[in-house]
Design a protein around this ligand. Structure first.
Ligand code: 5RP
Length: 264
């Protein structure tokens, strides 16, 4: 790994090798997602706890202070919507010149393995890696499932993660699964970060799956709705940070969450 790539990767991960990415990219296909109507206001209190922001160029330019000291992962795939025919039919949305101009630490792109657009989205990934590697910009692949949430099982996730890594992703973001998540992580030769999905019923559910995933080898999280759609987003962020960076258990994280929640 060259100096530039190492430097950018070191901005995304703390010295412990772990990371807490905060995604606020949902609007690129969902529109004004609940609690993300004003992204700048949503993220402001959460910035001290997260290691990078995952965001599109539109929100970056209009809602994020260019002077913040938090690395940016730029979402560079899109072109579909919740009401369109197929969420998987994504293209690359952002040129390499724009990626460089925005001075980001990494880029993120979705792949849809097993969909009608498998080949197209894998080619998007390969093309992006070819461009970004010229400038030592790491690519994070997102193993997306669109509306087919039943695909969140180990065999499918392991297949998607491995393909993403083989095509050159430096980091892979995927879903946690209750059974055999260690097989997903072990089959992927680059760091695996866990996504969240729709908001869980309780905070404890979130702390449990994040703790379990970390024990099974994930290096961190890229968790959005379970943080900023919670009525106490700062308390959730602090509790998650404790699991990711301070070896807290799910019980300890829940205690921290309850303490923070009632200390207002
Ligand atoms: C959307 C994304 C999001 O970054 C990802 O889904 C994480 O957010 P959440 O925890 O809300 O699911 O890639 O395609």
């Amino acid at each position: 790994m060259g100096w530039g790539m190492k430097n950018r990767m070191s901005k995304l991960f703390r010295a412990d090798g772990h990371c807490f990415f905060l995604p606020i990219d949902h609007g690129y296909f969902q529109g004004p997602t609940r609690c993300l109507e004003r992204p700048g206001e949503t993220i402001r209190p959460l910035l001290p706890y997260c290691d990078a922001l995952f965001v599109t160029r539109g929100v970056l330019r209009s809602c994020v202070d260019p002077c913040i000291n938090v690395p940016i992962i730029l979402r560079v795939s899109g072109g579909t919507s919740m009401v369109g025919k197929d969420l998987a039919n994504e293209s690359l949305t952002t040129s390499i010149e724009e990626i460089i101009r925005l001075n980001v630490s990494a880029v993120g792109i979705s792949i849809f393995v097993g969909s009608d657009y498998e080949r197209k989205t894998l080619q998007n990934l390969a093309q992006l890696v070819n461009e970004c590697e010229k400038y030592s910009i790491p690519v994070m692949a997102v193993t997306a499932v669109g509306k087919e949430t039943e695909k969140r099982e180990a065999r499918y996730l392991a297949l998607s993660c491995r393909i993403a890594a083989e095509l050159g992703a430096r980091v892979v973001k995927t879903y946690w699964c209750a059974k055999d998540f260690d097989k997903v992580v072990n089959g992927c030769p680059v760091p695996v970060v866990m996504a969240g999905g729709p908001k869980c019923k309780t905070e404890r559910e979130v702390f449990d799956f994040v703790y379990d995933g970390m024990q099974k080898g994930a290096v961190g999280i890229n968790l959005g709705r379970n943080v900023w759609q919670n009525p106490h987003p700062v308390a959730v962020a602090k509790a998650l940070e404790a699991i990711i960076h301070k070896n807290a258990t799910a019980e300890e994280a829940e205690a921290l969450f309850n303490e923070m929640k009632s200390s207002k």
